[in-house]
Design a protein around this ligand. Structure first.
Ligand code: SF4
Length: 261
């Protein structure tokens, strides 16, 4: 079973990428589970035709005796969707919350054990001790960073790689979600290479993604013949093949600034 996590700056498109990869893998016949770790439950909503599902943390906080049907929902082509949720602002720990929720799920449901692919859509700009917990607890074996070619998302991606290298964790690739920045593909490609990794996919900025999302669908489901659906499919295949990995060598801040001009 492949267990992957996609890290990156908040708002950079992790959930769109994760849900489209999930849908593309489901199309290829894989049994997929997506575990959203964002309080907004964005990871699964486009696999569930716009339905927002309750989060494990929400139900746990309300003191429910949780069963599988309460938190595991079947979406596009059988993708199992779980939303962990987040802590209340000012209290709790998102990272620890993920672990508590996953442990509970493993006890109450066979969904994780039965999957070919589990995708963790992990929030956060940095890999603090908490957010790195899924890696440290062995829940994740492959990790990806998502960025655009702009300075701030690259800074976050570089920080994430610093966290990985401290943990002795490897990086399986960099994904660029384009924001139409100047020289974007070349910048992210150079960034990936300097880390010792590679640019796995360049996802062009395409209004189709937002249009499908607003309607409650992934691109794979709603616009399967679009060019962008092809990009997500190719990325999904690279992830399932998952050949290369490296111990990332984070860049210096000066070098990052140089790269982004
Ligand atoms: S350890 Fe990380 S996830 Fe946990 S509260 Fe601190 S910042 Fe949040």
């Amino acid at each position: 079973m492949k267990q992957i996590a996609i890290y990156g700056k908040g708002g950079i498109g992790k959930s769109s990428t994760a849900s489209n990869v999930a849908a593309a893998c489901a199309d290829e016949g894989y049994k997929v589970t997506i575990v959203g770790c964002d309080p907004k439950s964005d990871s699964s909503i486009t696999l569930l035709r716009g339905e927002r599902i309750p989060t494990v943390m929400e139900l746990m906080q309300q003191g429910f005796e949780i069963s599988e049907e309460d938190v595991v929902f079947e979406g596009y082509k059988g993708v199992k969707c779980v939303e962990v949720g987040g802590p209340e602002p000012g209290i709790g720990c998102a990272g620890r919350g993920i672990i508590v929720a996953i442990k509970m799920l493993q006890k109450k449901s066979s969904v994780m054990a039965d999957s070919d692919l589990i995708i963790y859509d992990v929030p956060g700009d940095i890999v603090c001790g908490g957010f790195a917990a899924p890696i440290r607890k062995g829940l994740v074996n492959d990790t990806y960073v998502l960025t655009s070619g702009e300075y701030m998302p690259l800074y976050a991606a570089n920080n994430i790689c610093k966290g990985f290298s401290r943990l002795g964790n490897h990086l399986n690739g960099v994904i660029c979600n384009s924001r139409n920045a100047e020289n974007e593909e070349a910048i992210v490609k150079a960034f990936a290479q300097e880390l010792g990794s590679e640019l796995l996919a360049f996802i062009p900025k395409d209004p189709i993604v937002q249009t499908c999302e607003r309607a409650g669908y992934s691109v794979i489901e709603k616009q399967p013949d679009s060019e962008i659906a092809g990009v997500y499919r190719k990325l999904a295949r690279s992830i399932m093949d998952g050949i290369s990995s490296c111990k990332p060598q984070p860049l210096t801040d000066a070098r990052l600034r140089e790269l982004t001009g």
